[in-house]
Design a protein around this ligand. Structure first.
Ligand code: NAG
Length: 325
């Protein structure tokens, strides 16, 4: 049933993109109806197709696109294209730069290209405004506002995107996407439904989220706070009071501040912890006071359909299944 639903949604997906109309004076196409399933099925086929074996990979950019490789991407409007978006993604320890090469759009006629530092889906942002170093309005860089040079930008994490609109046929632009090493990755969207990751926050007062946009089995193998690792086993009356802790969150959107808390791990954590989470988005979020070098290691894999079914049957109250649309 789920499979059928997906196929149906994939078809809908393209329809919606053609048909959806921007609300009011909203300049940004944020109320997109793109679900994570749809995006990722698109993305997986994209990964298989794109093998960057030439010096500079080049291909046309589609009105709805997912780009996980470096290269030059050219959009040309064959007819007015009013609601376009391209999602960029890199490895967890990379950030993405997007630079314009040739731009032929009519800014005064209402065309635009806007870079966003993160992803927006159905009006929700990743990273959430709480966890992003920049205030929300500074995460948008508008080509038309940034002068004739049309500055590109570099993302703060492994995902970024552009929204664009081109009214006249023949108009368009090229952009070059590059990936750069990020020595201290904080917020991350996992490229795949399985893998392992160690999140480290070195003496920084900030919070970082690792988001897995699939229902997964998650194993937390290690959690430590600097020297205090395994030091204190006394029971504390709730994690937040210790200042540093790890949250496991789940839900069906991408804004981590709107997800449901599944459990908190704090200094008394003796691990390992194994959990199956039937949500469309599973997040490991670390809250760091900056007093320690905080570290959490975990691995994850996709839940199969039997496991999902079991969770569904066993947890009548399960928030993820109950909130599924
Ligand atoms: C980190 O998250 C906690 C709990 O969500 C919040 O109280 C705190 O202000 C956040 N810290 C920073 C630096 O954003």
């Amino acid at each position: 049933m789920r499979v059928m639903e997906r196929t149906f949604r994939e078809q809908l997906f393209f329809l919606l993109l053609c048909l959806c109309v921007l609300k009011g004076d909203s300049r940004y196409i944020e109320n997109n109806d793109i679900s994570q399933d749809e995006l990722f099925s698109f993305f997986n086929s994209e990964l298989k197709r794109e093998t960057p074996d030439v010096l500079m990979y080049r291909r046309p950019l589609r009105c709805l696109d997912m780009i996980a490789v470096e290269g030059q991407f050219t959009f040309t409007a064959e007819s007015p294209q009013l609601n376009c978006a391209a999602f960029f993604m890199a490895e967890p320890n990379q950030v993405i730069s997007v630079d314009y090469d040739n731009v032929d759009i009519d800014c005064s006629g209402g065309d635009f290209i806007t870079l966003f530092d993160g992803w927006v889906m159905k009006g929700e942002r990743f990273p959430s405004s709480q966890d992003h170093p920049l205030p929300p309005n500074r995460r948008y860089v508008d080509y038309c506002d940034s002068g004739p040079a049309g500055e590109g930008a570099r993302s703060s994490q492994n995902v970024a995107m552009i929204f664009f609109r081109v009214h006249s046929a023949g108009g368009g632009f090229s952009l070059t996407v590059k990936k750069h090493t990020n020595p201290f990755p904080c917020n991350v969207i996992s490229q795949s439904p399985e893998g392992s990751y160690t999140m480290v926050i070195p003496h920084q007062h900030r919070n970082c989220s690792f988001s897995i946009i699939y229902p997964v089995a998650l194993d937390v193998s290690e959690f430590s706070l600097g020297r205090h690792s395994g030091f204190s086993k006394r029971s504390l009356s709730g994690c937040p009071e210790t200042g540093d802790y790890v949250q496991l969150l789940g839900g069906n959107g991408i804004d981590t501040s709107k997800l449901f808390p599944i459990t908190d791990l704090c200094i008394s954590f003796t691990g390992p912890t194994h959990m199956k989470i039937g949500c469309e988005n599973t997040v490991v979020r670390m809250v760091s006071s900056g007093k320690f070098v905080s570290r959490v290691s975990f691995s994850y894999r996709l839940l199969n359909s039997q496991e999902l079914q079991m969770i569904k049957l066993n947890n009548v109250e399960d928030f993820c299944f109950n909130n599924r649309v």
